[in-house]
Design a protein around this ligand. Structure first.
Ligand SMILES: [Zn+2]
Length: 69
């Protein structure tokens, strides 16, 4: 069975305390592991992330992570 294989990069950002600055903390490479030609969102089941189709070859996702989370 062929996999979709659409790639995405998830950037996890974190706010620097007492500033409005967000810094990138982690970068996670994602790849869709649903069957090729699947409907709906792309999904990386290994990382539990899903994303919509992108205009470029690699989608970029951002997630904000709080200190207390
Ligand atoms: Zn996909």
């Amino acid at each position: 069975m062929d996999l979709c294989g659409q790639k995405a990069v998830l950037i996890v950002t974190k706010q620097v305390p007492d500033t409005a600055t967000n810094v990138a903390r982690r970068r996670i490479d994602l790849a869709c592991n649903l069957p090729a030609g699947h409907p709906g969102l792309h999904q990386d089941t290994q990382h539990g992330e899903q994303w919509g189709a992108s205009s470029g070859p690699i989608a970029t996702l951002f997630r904000h992570e709080d200190e207390d989370a």
